[in-house]
Design a protein around this ligand. Structure first.
Ligand code: NAI
Ligand code: MG
Length: 498
């Protein structure tokens, strides 16, 4: 792919080490404490900017602004008004798409071709929710006991929403949380990850330009332990939507107990990818590889347990290994980069510790796992994509979410066996199946315990299709018409007519 613009030049102009303030009540402000957090490019270690280290006091101001807006000016907006705003945000983001992608790429490492490629999905998401804004309705309910009573329901916005997102897809995650809030008439305080806070601040500016009133969308930067924890526990926040690790999701669920917040949790996974013996192997190899290597493995739906029918295992591993070796590792701003860096040194060491544990437990490292060295890799958090064979289900690498470019190949003999093994995990986010047999596809999709099951494909996400996990992968759906219901409360109205 060739880019229609100079990505490095754009990145250098966008971030010069400057202070990027956060967005509260329509103003770009520092933290009350004056403290800042450094923001670095994970591909080079180069400092891009600083952002405010927002704390509890800043969250309190943002929540108060969101409450005022919710009860004041924003409550007077009709569904048409909110729809127009969402459409204007979509237009502005579309116009500024290259800049937003460059920002995400330098901030969290994802190759620019991948960020640019999300355009239709993200902009489409905004337009989807714009449509939903004018499709909200309650029900008229025929009264069972009396003809002189009428009952109907109305759907009302839950109020102030706290949105907490991870580093791995800041543009899409921000929009997936904010758009349904705007469609339903809620207000939002968004807390981006301390590892990738920059693009949400650009999005906030575009939202202001699109006419979002002050206080309706606020972005508070800061750490999870400080700003995140206050938002999750805040007594005047009605709902929290969270994407991130299962451990933090549990902390957030506990923090919401005191005022019984509505909570949506999109958490971790250890998703199975099942390659049946009748699969189209040539088609399955790149999909299975990218099911885990996309975002260098830092993706909740990573298909990190690769079950392959024993008969085709050797051929499959051979092809997978060639594919993994062909992937170009590099700076995300280069158009020919397939895999960017991991987010930080800590995540890289964590993934390396998993690779070491796989070897200690007797799995066979077929390829990858090491750090590439020399220019341009020194200073960045790069890892070569790894494949483990001879993996047993009880090994740590087959049980825990690694969040790095590591796949475990697990051979299987029968469909019953692989179904039971695929389901033998605390997680239930996603699954993939490759087969040419329609009966197998239907039987397996029914029996696999996961929120999304892809057949002969992986990764597809659409704003019209619900997404979200089972078991320890969380609860609540994003996408689909169900999504908006999570931002609404139902009120029953009764009228005596005689
Ligand atoms: P995290 O789940 O702790 O962070 C996600 C977001 O939650 C960030 O904005 C963070 O600031 C915030 N947060 C952290 N602690 C909080 C608290 N007590 N209250 C409220 N908000 C809080 O993930 P983190 O620290 O970025 O990475 C830790 C590990 O989690 C990674 O090594 C990775 O394995 C896994 N992870 C999984 C994700 C997934 O989508 N499945 C996403 C991000 C991380
Ligand atoms: Mg954390």
């Amino acid at each position: 792919m060739t880019l229609s613009f100079d990505s490095r030049k754009m990145a250098d102009a966008l971030y010069t080490g400057q202070f990027c303030p956060m967005f509260i009540d329509g103003a770009f402000v520092p933290a009350q404490s004056g403290e800042v957090l450094d923001v670095v490019d994970p591909a080079s270690g180069h400092q891009l900017a600083t952002v405010p280290r927002g704390g509890a006091a800043d969250v309190d101001v943002a929540v108060a602004a969101a409450r005022r807006a919710f009860e004041g000016e924003w409550s007077k907006f009709t569904p048409y008004d909110r729809q127009e705003i969402l459409l204007r945000i979509a237009d502005l983001m579309e116009k500024n798409w290259d800049m937003l992608c460059v920002s995400d790429t330098v901030d969290m490492g994802l190759p620019i071709t991948r960020t640019l490629g999300n355009k239709r999905r993200v902009i489409g998401m905004l337009r989807f929710y714009a449509g939903q804004a004018t499709a909200l309705h309650g029900d008229y309910i025929e009264n069972s006991v009396s003809q002189s009573m009428i009952s109907y329901t109305t759907r009302e916005p839950v109020g102030v929403v706290g949105a907490i997102i991870p580093w791995n897809a800041p543009i899409a995650a921000s929009i997936w949380k904010i758009a349904p809030a705007l469609a339903t008439g809620c207000t939002v305080v968004l807390k981006p990850s301390e590892d990738a806070p920059l693009t949400p601040l650009l999005i906030a500016k575009l939202m202001q330009e699109a006419g979002v009133p002050d206080g309706v969308v606020n972005v508070v930067t800061g750490t999870g332990a400080e700003a995140g924890a206050r938002l999750a526990a805040h007594p005047d926040v009605n709902k929290v939507v969270f994407t991130g690790s299962t451990a933090t999701g549990q902390t957030i669920a506990r923090a919401g107990v005191d005022n019984l917040k509505r909570i949506t949790l999109e958490l971790g996974g250890k998703s199975p990818m099942i390659i049946c013996k009748d699969a189209d192997i040539a088609k399955a190899i790149p999909v299975a590889a990218m099911a885990v290597y996309a975002h260098s493995g830092q993706i909740c739906i990573a298909g990190s347990r690769l079950f392959v029918a024993r008969e085709i295992q050797d051929e499959f591993i051979q092809g997978l290994s060639e594919f993994a070796k062909s992937l170009k590792i590099g700076h995300g701003l280069d158009a020919d980069t397939d895999l960017g860096p991991l987010i930080n040194a800590q995540q890289t060491s964590k993934v390396e510790a998993y690779i070491a544990s796989g070897q200690e437990e007797g799995a066979r490292l077929i390829t990858g796992g090491g750090r590439p060295s020399g220019d341009p890799y020194d200073g960045g958090n790069f890892l070569r994509p790894a494949i483990f064979a001879d993996v047993r289900d009880d090994m740590k690498i087959a049980r825990e979410e690694i969040f790095g470019p590591v796949v475990s190949v697990l051979p299987f003999d029968t469909l019953d066996e692989v179904t039971a093994r695929a389901n033998a995990t605390q997680y239930g986010l996603a699954a993939g199946i490759f087969t040419r047999d329609l009966g197998t596809a239907h039987k397996m999709t029914k029996r696999i315990k996961a929120g999304s099951v892809w057949v002969n494909m992986y990764h597809a996400i659409d704003p019209a299709v619900p997404f979200g996990g089972l078991k320890m992968s969380g609860y609540g759906k994003e996408g689909g018409v169900e999504h908006l219901q999570a931002y609404l409360d139902t009120k029953a109205v009764w009228i005596q007519t005689e």
